[in-house]
Design a protein around this ligand. Structure first.
Ligand SMILES: NC(=O)c1ccc[n+]([C@@H]2O[C@H](COP(=O)([O-])OP(=O)(O)OC[C@H]3O[C@@H](n4cnc5c(N)ncnc54)[C@H](O)[C@@H]3O)[C@@H](O)[C@H]2O)c1
Length: 424
């Protein structure tokens, strides 16, 4: 089939590259000329493991353009994978989605618009209405939400836990199902509103687990239990399972924070106060700031200190810094009068006032009063902690991801604290 993908971001590029890999012809359209130019030159504008190889492999079947007409020409399917960031009210900003819908030209055959972007429940209904108003009744609409995680997006797309397809017309849903031929996964066929809600509810469930284990961690700290052991013990219960039970300094990223706000707002707009989700969001915000309390306890006061932040990306294997806990920490530290030195192997801190980005972990730690492990980059597991300890002015180390071995770090001389574990 011929597929047009609107949006060459994390989701659009992975979607386009994976469909090309499955044998479809794909045209990816973006409004950013630089992005399209670099893709044409064979450069990948984002960091996502495996994407480079996939784009190379599929280059015969992949075209990049800024032109709507070129993207739609001969297309059977139009995937919408544009951003849906939050507005000031917390609602999802659908302006990029509407731009795609309103720019769709009339064509003399049936095409199906497929929504990959995460949108509020009811968006499909509104898009249907808008298309009908333009007398584009022959344009079908399907919701096919995306569940991939950055860092493992290619694998997640090609080996998903499930494919969710919500269609107004059965035939359109079947077309989208056929598009995924070659992917071995259960298909959940639903109405459009339910498909939209599945995406929001799945994210909310994952965030709830994170905030739950973070609260358990905080109680562990107050009572002398170790959250890593507790998570292991509860995760082995088949009814609970082990995933998303790692305590830390809270979630960030381009999806969880905005999608939780959008669901909260969606519920509120419909007259429902979603208490549990409100608590999940609040716990997460407080969790990011708990590190400041730990640092203050160790350093007495933050003014005049230098703090090394290890990791800027909101999680490893991505260069995405949207809503990263590191940004919140950096902002708070600077507000308290500390200097921030930041290391990340991939992400960059362009334009962050008061933050100096350095090229190595050892550079970040040398002369620092404290270090905070913010993102669990694999290279941090292998770092030469023994050599770096004596280079710090004060060897205070807060492991915000419970990544390192507390006993070993203390043996090396660090004043090591983690999340939900006994303090030094
Ligand atoms: N990033 C993820 O891991 C992830 C996972 C699941 C779902 N999602 C959802 O997928 C959607 C896209 O997310 P993303 O992270 O890929 O966003 P992104 O910001 O990385 O990419 C969006 C791209 O769309 C482009 N764009 C804007 N208007 C356009 C238009 N009219 N035509 C063509 N391109 C246009 C932008 O220039 C940008 O390159 C969002 O709704 C997001 O919530 C993201």
């Amino acid at each position: 089939m011929k597929i047009a993908v609107f949006g060459a971001g994390y989701v659009g590029l992975v979607t386009g590259a994976c469909f090309a890999d499955l044998g479809h012809d794909v045209v990816v359209r973006d409004i950013l000329p630089d992005r399209i130019e670099s893709l044409r030159r064979g450069e990948v504008p984002i960091y996502e493991p495996g994407l480079d190889e996939l784009l190379q492999r599929g280059r015969e079947r992949l075209t990049f353009t800024t032109e709507v007409a070129q993207a739609i020409d001969g297309a059977d399917i139009v995937y919408v994978a544009v951003g849906t960031p939050p507005t000031y009210s917390g609602d999802a900003d659908l302006s990029a989605v509407w731009m795609v819908i309103d720019e769709l030209p009339r064509v003399d055959r049936r095409i199906v618009v497929v929504m990959k972007s995460t949108v509020p429940v009811g968006t499909g209904e509104k898009v249907r209405h808008r298309l009908d108003e333009r007398r584009m009744t022959d344009v079908g609409y399907v919701s096919n939400p995306e569940f991939t995680a950055e860092g493992t997006a290619v694998r997640d797309f090609l080996h998903p836990d499930r494919i969710v397809i919500g269609a107004f017309e059965d035939a359109d849903g079947e077309l989208v199902e056929r598009l995924h031929a070659g992917i071995d996964a259960p298909v959940v066929r639903a109405d459009v509103a339910s498909a939209e809600m599945i995406k929001l509810a799945a994210n909310a469930a994952l965030m709830t687990r994170i905030s739950f284990i973070n609260e358990i961690a905080n109680v562990c700290e107050a009572t002398g239990a170790d959250v890593v052991k507790v998570a292991e013990g509860i995760g082995l219960d088949r009814r609970i399972g082990p995933s998303f039970l790692r305590a830390g300094i809270g979630f960030g990223g381009s999806c969880f924070p905005k999608d939780s706000l959008a669901l909260k707002q969606l519920a509120a707009n419909s007259g429902y106060h979603f208490q549990l989700l409100n608590a999940v969001i609040e716990v997460n915000e407080l969790q990011k700031r708990r590190v400041i309390g730990k640092l203050t306890e160790r350093l007495d006061r933050l003014r005049g200190t230098t703090v090394a932040l290890l990791g800027l990306a909101f999680k490893p294997d991505t260069d995405d810094t949207r809503e990263s806990p590191a940004l919140v920490l950096a902002g708070r530290l600077i507000a308290e009068g500390a200097s921030v030195r930041l290391w990340d192997p991939v992400a960059t801190a362009d334009g962050l006032p008061g933050v100096t980005q350095v090229k190595s972990v050892s550079e970040a730690l040398a002369g620092a009063d404290a270090a905070v492990l913010v993102t669990e980059w694999p290279e941090l597991r292998e770092a030469d902690w023994a050599a770096m300890c004596s280079t710090m002015r004060r060897p205070v180390f807060i492991d915000g991801r419970n990544m390192l071995d507390p006993a070993e770090m203390r043996r090396l001389g660090y004043v090591y604290d983690a999340i939900g574990r006994a303090a030094s």
